[in-house]
Design a protein around this ligand. Structure first.
Ligand code: SF4
Length: 583
């Protein structure tokens, strides 16, 4: 028995037995092995409860086709089990060859679609248990990984993906490199992943596979952990929603360090007051040399003080909220053995979606394409997945995934621009950012039918809702006005619905809470305006607010800023007055 295993057993015997069920599963898993290999071999359609929890660390969720629930119950059949497989792609950067592997797997083993996640990664849906090993194995052969894409560890590290450096400045490439280093440094070191999915072969997915976890220990983290790297003038990765946000400090076109923000997070649970979305707050400034040790130390504070009894209260944001930023800082300083530098005043001013054609500093071009809800699929007129595959096979661009679930095709030369545009158009794909209309700044989580936590639809209903909202904007003379709308099927908040102009969060079937008042740069939480609104009433509930905005906004004032300026009570009162006057 290793030192860590002994420590884990001791924790159990010393009263750690109060920890949640998942804590016990982690301790007893022998560093994420559990019985996954044995159950993979078994002739079953699904895994046992403990393996389901451990599989998350390996990048997969066991799910069921919820659309098939009623019929299979009526027929007395077992659940229609299937698996989601999520890759870990730091900064959303991958090669054309890696993209084509994911695309091929979507056809061969998945449901024929590929989904760009809100954390710049890919998800495959609808994988059957018998195909799980082949899927994860193939992803690793392409030199991507699924390790720690899910689970109680550091998840995919986000970074602004745009290749927009100038000849004098390499700050974007630099932060993308740091995102990759952080991802590798904080990846689990257990050999279990390699043994199970790569048959013991050593692949460059972690710095050095070891048999113990020097950072996490045997119980890993109390809950998931998220890191994002942003620029003050481009917060495209939503820095305030991260457990650790690194805001670039650039001097004379050179990246010199970061302001570190901690304690952000979106998830909450309806009816549980101890849970809430929270913005990250500044902790300190770090030099480039300090980034990895400081982030690692922050992770260890959460490891040791995060709530391991109640998983709904286990994110680091609750440690920061309840113990305070000064306490947290003293913990980090004590562990590091030196004082941290006070944080710069934080100013985050803008968000870019990187859509359309842009020139790179090397003379090449990149093209940002809008992907509705990140879902790469073929419809009757818009054949997005086929068109992209054809374009990527022919032009072999670099690929970057954005936090708004869009895709950038990079490193294209001037001569390729028109042929690529023509090819995409032949599949119904527009290269003009404005072609996305009101949908340009909208996002939804997958929700039904795959997510087991979904209380309401999101991805499948947002398109029709956005059409209604776009029609209303047109009728009100607001066509083309940017509006960010984020919808999720439950308060877990995977599409970050508590930021942005309008947040829609599922409460129960067809019923949503409406939040308004976030700002365009995503530095402020929106506020509950209308609870429990039926889907069919969402547009009618939002319309009076759009009308007020049109008539009373200040010059250039966004919808969210307008709602925030008036305040929720005033908005409700004004809408009520208008309704009485109209009667
Ligand atoms: Fe599932 Fe909720 Fe996340 Fe949507 S927000 S994907 S419903 S957990």
């Amino acid at each position: 028995m290793t030192h860590d295993e002994r420590e884990a057993k001791n924790l159990l015997s010393l009263g750690f037995g109060q920890g949640s069920k998942v804590e016990h599963i982690k301790i007893e898993s022998e560093y994420l092995r559990g019985q996954i290999a044995e159950e993979l071999q078994a002739d079953t359609t699904h895994f046992s409860e403990a393996q389901i929890q451990l599989l998350k660390f390996h990048g997969s969720y066991q799910q069921e086709d919820r659309d098939a629930r009623q019929s299979r119950k009526a027929e007395g059949n077992e659940k229609a089990y299937q698996f989601m497989v999520r890759s870990r792609i730091p900064g959303g950067i991958l090669t054309a060859e890696q993209y084509l592997v994911e695309d091929e797997l979507a056809s061969r083993y998945g449901n024929g679609t590929l989904r760009i996640t809100t954390r710049q990664s890919f998800q495959l849906h609808g994988i059957l248990k018998g195909d799980l090993h082949a899927t994860i194995h193939a992803i690793n052969e392409s030199l991507l990984s699924t390790l720690s894409a899910c689970g109680d560890v550091n998840r995919n590290v986000m970074a602004c993906p745009a290749p927009v450096d100038s000849p004098h400045s390499h700050t974007h490439a630099h932060i993308q490199q740091i995102a990759h280093q952080l991802a590798m440094h904080l990846a689990p070191r257990s050999n279990a992943y390699h043994e199970i999915w790569i048959d013991g072969e050593k692949v460059q997915t972690v710095e050095e596979p070891e048999t113990v976890e020097p950072i996490y220990g045997p119980t890993y983290l109390p809950r998931k952990f998220k890191i994002g790297v942003a620029f003050p003038d481009d917060n495209c990765i939503d820095i305030y929603t991260q457990d650790v946000g690194l805001l670039a400090n650039v001097q004379d076109d050179v990246l010199v360090g970061f302001t570190v923000l901690i304690g952000g997070g979106m998830g909450s649970t309806h009816g549980k007051k101890e849970t809430f979305p929270r913005l990250a707050e500044p902790l300190c400034d770090v030099s480039l040399e300090q980034v990895i040790p400081v982030v690692e130390t922050i992770v260890t504070v959460q490891r040791d003080y995060g709530d391991r009894q109640n998983r709904k209260h286990a994110r680091m944001k609750y440690v920061v909220e309840e113990r305070g930023i000064e306490w947290f800082r003293s913990q980090v300083e004590e562990r590091l053995g030196y004082r941290l530098q006070d944080p710069h005043p934080v100013q985050v001013s803008a968000v870019h979606d990187h859509l359309g054609w842009h020139q790179q500093s090397d003379g090449c071009w990149f093209l940002g394409l809008h992907v509705e809800n990140g879902r790469l699929k073929d419809g009757t007129t818009l054949r997005l997945r086929s068109g992209l595959r054809h374009a990527i096979e022919q032009f072999r661009p670099g690929i970057r995934l954005t936090a708004q679930q869009n895709i950038l095709l990079t490193d294209l030369d001037e001569a390729q621009r028109q042929p690529l545009t023509d090819l995409l158009q032949s599949y119904g794909i527009s290269t003009a950012p404005e072609a996305a209309g009101a949908y340009r700044f909208a996002m939804a989580c997958p929700a039904m039918p795959t997510c087991g936590l979904a209380l309401a639809e999101a991805e499948r209903v947002l398109p029709s809702l956005m059409q209604e909202i776009e029609t209303e904007l047109g009728k009100l003379g607001l066509a083309g006005e940017p509006l960010s709308v984020r919808m999720t099927g439950c308060p877990n908040g995977c599409a970050r619905p508590y930021m942005g102009d309008i947040g829609l969060v599922g409460r129960t079937k067809d019923v949503y809470n409406i939040y308004v008042g976030g700002d365009w740069a995503n530095t402020r939480l929106n506020i509950l305006y209308a609870p429990s609104v039926h889907f069919t009433k969402l547009t009618a509930t939002i319309r009076p607010l759009l009308l007020l905005w049109r008539d009373e906004r200040h010059e250039q004032e966004s919808f969210g800023d307008f709602c925030y300026r008036l305040g929720i009570e005033e908005l409700r009162a004004r809408v009520e007055q208008e309704e009485v006057a109209a009667d």
